[in-house]
Design a protein around this ligand. Structure first.
Ligand code: RFL
Ligand code: PHB
Length: 388
């Protein structure tokens, strides 16, 4: 088989890239290890930046998001139960869209299905000769080994996929920070406690009130890394949320049975460069952010923006300039989102070594953001997403 762009991974990055290329008349094949049901059931991100919304529109995948997504012009920060609002719309003129990653994935999969893509349950995907002008990918489908020749390989296979691992160790550098806690997330079919998100710094640890729709809520609490899900029956999660979100929010929390519950560790990670020969990394394959800034999915989309531009420029004009510059352009935006996510995580969580002084610093900084328009504007500008 032959295609122009072999895309490894059918998460948001791979699906969006494939659909944008299709609209531009460029052929691609998406290889996804899991089944469609599995991919669409993974509960992850919920907040889209305007640039991500625009890219989905450009890909022709915006109709349901436009109808069902919830535009948010602000969010609340809470410090030991006292909340104040960051007015994103007023401070930046921009807003974000609350629309689940599951829904975005379904919308893109529906479009790709029209051309029999992605190839689901593609096993043992391996990359070959990516440092040459004739790269290819092999995989096993229904017991048969398939060879897929291509011009370019897009590594969109997430943190654990084979693409980044196929780059020789001496051809790249890893930058990493692992945080000493995780997030326990709960999804429930109950109305959200507020019309906007609430990020809370509490002495018992961080909590977040989020949502997927007017009838579906998503909440998180910071937990120690050795915590087990069995020790967190739903009632305990609701009790903890009520304490950490504070007395002004607690009465508005509607409890209900969880339809999903999981613990995710927090990590900052960047692999540089994001290109090796004809292999281009995009999304979680190249970088991870802690979820506090809601940037992971949005960075995947912004990488795709740069990569799509570079590939279309190459096929239209033969110019390699965009391909040569891809890693540097993408990384400039990645590092700013890494910084914001690291900073917001540091501000809002309880660290095992947070002493009385450290806690006072967090409270003073939150108090500063509450009363300083300049401080709040910097938070808002990063949260809505920096320009390309
Ligand atoms: P994905 O979504 O991990 O997709 C990679 C795909 O590659 C497949 N794959 C393989 N395919 C073939 N062969 C192999 N050997 C393969 N190995 C892996 C996988 O099955 C998968 O389908 O990466 P992508 O596309 O780069 O997208 C990144 C986002 O999914 C991720 O950054 C976000 O979910 C992060 N994130 C959030 N991001 C936001 O922008 N806003 C948020 O509000 C937000 N909240 C979150 C989050 C992530 C979370 N978790 C669970 C880590 C909340 C949580 C709790
Ligand atoms: C979510 O709704 O899953 C969500 C929202 C905001 C974040 C992280 C996760 O910062």
């Amino acid at each position: 088989m032959r295609t122009q762009v072999a895309i490894i991974g059918g998460g948001p990055a791979g699906l969006l890239l494939s659909q944008l290329l299709h609209v531009a008349g460029i052929d691609s094949v998406v290889l996804e290890r899991q089944s469609r049901d599995y991919v669409e059931a993974r509960i992850r991100a919920g907040v889209l930046e305007q640039v991500t919304v625009d890219l989905l529109e450009q890909a022709g995948a915006g109709a349901r998001m436009r109808r069902d997504g919830l535009p948010h012009g602000g969010f609340a920060l809470a410090s030991d139960g006292e909340t104040f609002r960051i007015d994103m719309q007023g401070l930046t003129g921009k807003s974000v869209m609350v629309y689940g990653q599951t829904e975005l994935t379904k919308d893109l999969n529906d479009l790709l299905a029209q051309r029999d893509q992605p190839v689901f349950e593609a096993r043992d995907v391996a990359l070959h000769d990516v440092a040459t002008d004739s790269p290819y990918v092999t995989y096993i489908k229904d017991g048969q080994t398939v060879r897929l020749d291509c011009d370019f390989v897009a590594g969109c296979d997430g943190y654990h996929g084979p693409s980044r691992k196929s780059i020789p160790a001496d051809a790249g550098q890893v930058f990493e920070r692992v945080y000493p806690f995780g997030w326990l997330g709960i999804l429930a079919d109950v109305p959200p406690c507020d019309h906007e998100l609430i990020y809370s710094n509490h002495e018992r640890g961080f909590a977040l009130a989020s949502m997927r729709s007017a009838t579906r809520s998503r909440y998180y609490v910071q937990v120690a890394l050795d915590e087990k899900l069995e020790d967190w029956p739903d009632e305990r999660v609701w009790d903890e949320l009520a304490i950490r979100l504070g007395p002004s929010v607690a009465p508005h929390i509607t409890r209900g049975p969880s339809i999903e519950k999981s613990i995710a560790p927090l990590r900052s990670f960047v692999f540089e460069p994001m290109r090796h020969g004809r292999l281009f990394l995009a999304g979680d394959a190249a970088h991870i952010v802690p979820p506090t800034g809601a940037k992971g999915l949005n960075l995947a989309a912004s990488d795709v923006h740069y990569l799509f531009d570079a590939i279309t420029t190459f096929y239209r004009s033969g110019s390699q300039a965009g391909l040569e510059g891809y890693s540097a352009s993408a990384l400039a935006r990645v590092w700013k989102a890494e910084r914001f996510s690291w900073w917001f995580t540091s501000l809002m969580h309880r660290f095992p070594d947070t002493d009385a002084f450290g806690r006072k610093m967090q409270i003073a900084e939150l108090d500063y953001l509450r009363h300083s328009k300049a401080g709040a504007a910097a938070v808002a500008e990063n949260y809505v997403g920096l320009p390309f």
